[in-house]
Design a protein around this ligand. Structure first.
Ligand SMILES: [Zn+2]
Ligand SMILES: [Zn+2]
Length: 340
């Protein structure tokens, strides 16, 4: 059974292939009921996405994916349920976009030194309406025949030590988490398994993120393998963080995962949407976003918090909405810091 909640996706406002309108239609036709649009460093797609989603019966979550430099590495922090009009967030994203343009100029200079000319203009042609990214340079290089597809581009170009790479300083972890949190949103570490940090740095990152007010880890994502789902579920549990999930869909041929095929969160995870009215609406309309496995995951997470009141009733005997109600009440009364 697949989940109907997808909390990570991209449109042409960043490096996705589909414009927001088509992305929403694609999600709805693939059975997604709650979708977060999380374009890189830009929220300009949210208005049109919301207007498109409503008539299709799809609930849109305002999202963004912020580029961060942490210990000289680039990380992505997703913000869910953000207020895109919150001034510090808006200005912060504007500054990052300006930085993206400067980086692109440096990347083009670096590529021209190896005889590849016109890459800045070429990349901007792919960027169309939104931000400029390495993916747009990659698409230009593929078009010009320097690599067979966008994945293989990154073996020869645009990464550390290769032509087209330019070291760039993005937002700090503290800035990203604070902008998201103060705008009323939920900070999430996107696809942690992709950073190849090693255990010590991963623990340091998660602890720093949590101390700054970070709330969730992406556990199930298009760029994690099934063993990674388990690994990051453990990290989430260890640090008292919620678990998020998303396909990170960028469009056909440009994603690890098609929309609508997200497996449920591993047992023991507490879903980031556990107290969202959007999830409640689905339950009340009989389209539960939580399958039995996820409900059981919630129940066992609650049990592991030392709360035994729910142990006499299980998902087989109670309605989905009863279980969710109880889960939410218990979570609300629990102080996460007690787990550390
Ligand atoms: Zn990302
Ligand atoms: Zn992404």
């Amino acid at each position: 059974m697949y989940s109907t909640i997808d909390l990570h996706s991209h449109s042409t406002i960043s490096d996705g292939i589909l414009p927001a309108v088509e992305l929403i239609a694609h999600a709805a036709s693939h059975g997604v009921k709650i979708l977060a649009l999380t374009d890189h460093d830009d929220t300009r797609g949210l208005g049109i996405a919301r207007a498109t989603a409503e008539p299709l019966g799809l609930q849109l979550i305002n999202g963004v994916e912020i580029s961060v430099t942490w210990k000289r590495r680039t990380l992505h922090i997703v913000g869910l349920k953000i207020d895109p009009d919150y001034a510090p967030l808006k200005h912060g994203l504007e500054a990052i976009r300006l930085g993206r343009h400067t980086r692109a100029e440096h990347m083009a200079i670096s590529l021209s030194k190896t005889g590849i000319h016109g890459s800045l203009e070429g990349a901007y042609q792919f960027a169309k309406e939104g931000i400029i990214s390495r993916t747009h340079f990659a698409r230009f290089l593929v078009e010009k025949g320097y690599a067979k597809d966008t994945k293989s581009v990154f073996k020869k170009y645009l990464v550390k030590g290769k032509p087209g790479f330019h070291e760039h300083e993005w937002a700090s972890l503290e800035q990203a988490v604070t902008w998201i949190k103060d705008s009323g949103g939920i900070p999430v570490i996107a696809h942690p398994g992709r950073y190849e940090l090693g255990r010590t740095n991963m623990l340091l990152l998660i602890e720093e993120f949590r101390a700054l007010g970070g709330k969730a880890l992406e556990v199930v994502t298009g760029s994690h393998t099934p063993p990674m789902y388990q690994e990051y579920a453990k990290y989430a549990k260890m640090f008292g963080l919620l678990a998020s999930q998303g396909s990170d869909y960028h469009g056909k041929g440009s994603s690890y995962m098609e929309m609508g095929y997200l497996p449920p969160l591993p047992v023991g995870c507490i879903p980031v949407w556990h107290d969202w009215p959007e999830a409640k609406i689905l339950i009340e309309s009989g389209q539960s976003p939580m399958d039995d496995m996820t409900l059981n995951a919630c129940a066992s997470a609650i049990a592991s918090l030392g709360n035994t009141a729910s142990s006499g009733e299980n998902s087989a005997n109670s309605s989905t909405s009863n279980i969710l109600e109880k889960t939410i009440k218990k979570l609300e009364s629990f102080n996460w810091r007690n787990t550390l």
